[in-house]
Design a protein around this ligand. Structure first.
Ligand SMILES: [Zn+2]
Length: 211
């Protein structure tokens, strides 16, 4: 099984007047190709993805890893850089059984309100319809129809404060493997839940949001 992995993270606040630039990503390191695997933190989603795929003996193809803190919209040259590197490596390694990405899910750029949808659409267009595409997301993702249309499975963190990065990545990787092996009958759906949780009680440690 040949499965590509990668990560692009940033939570965008579109009211923030300061754009996020390449420097905001350089703070955390920009990693490409083989460097991606050596760069991961033990508790992060991408590590959960790598360990799970490795445990099944998958042939892991690292692509690109770019991570930045929450901020204003990302300048388009940065998202274009990630998509260009990812696209090139995927094209050079076709056919692929799977692609498993760690994304935030609420990233905007100076050009697009749906960067994660753009990334997943790019991946789908390159790999074709039979490659299993999964992604881990933040609990605060704005999941769009474009994201759902172009991914087989999307997995959000279950906790806030976030303590399940690793488990969420592992789940996304497990679903990717199960989708490839077709040893479980998996189906997907898209539903909007009529719920808004105020910031002051947005915790899964207690109260209504916990239950
Ligand atoms: Zn979050």
């Amino acid at each position: 099984m040949k499965i590509a992995i990668g990560e692009f993270h940033q939570e965008t606040n579109s009211f923030n007047p300061f754009p996020s630039t390449r420097k905001d990503y350089e703070v955390f390191g920009i990693h490409k190709g083989r460097e991606v695997i050596a760069s991961v933190d033990p508790s992060c989603a991408l590590k959960g993805i790598i360990d799970t795929l490795d445990g099944e003996g998958a042939d892991i193809l690292p692509t690109s890893r770019m991570w930045a803190n929450a901020g204003g919209p990302v300048i388009k040259e940065v998202t274009e850089e990630f998509i260009a590197d990812l696209s090139r490596i995927l094209r050079e390694n076709l056919p692929l059984d799977g692609v498993c990405l760690s994304l935030h899910g609420a990233t905007q750029s100076s050009q697009s309100d749906d960067v994660c949808g753009d990334i997943l659409e790019t991946v789908r267009n390159i790999t074709g319809p039979h490659t299993v595409i999964t992604a881990s997301l933040d609990l605060h993702a704005n999941v769009t129809r474009k994201m759902v249309k172009n991914a087989d499975f999307l997995c959000g963190y279950h906790t806030y404060p976030h303590v399940d990065f690793y488990d969420t990545g592992a789940r996304a990787a497990r679903l990717c493997l199960e989708g490839i092996k077709k040893d479980k009958r998996l189906c997907r759906g898209y539903a909007t839940i009529p719920m808004i949780v105020p910031a002051s009680s947005f915790t899964t440690l207690t109260g209504l949001f916990q239950s």
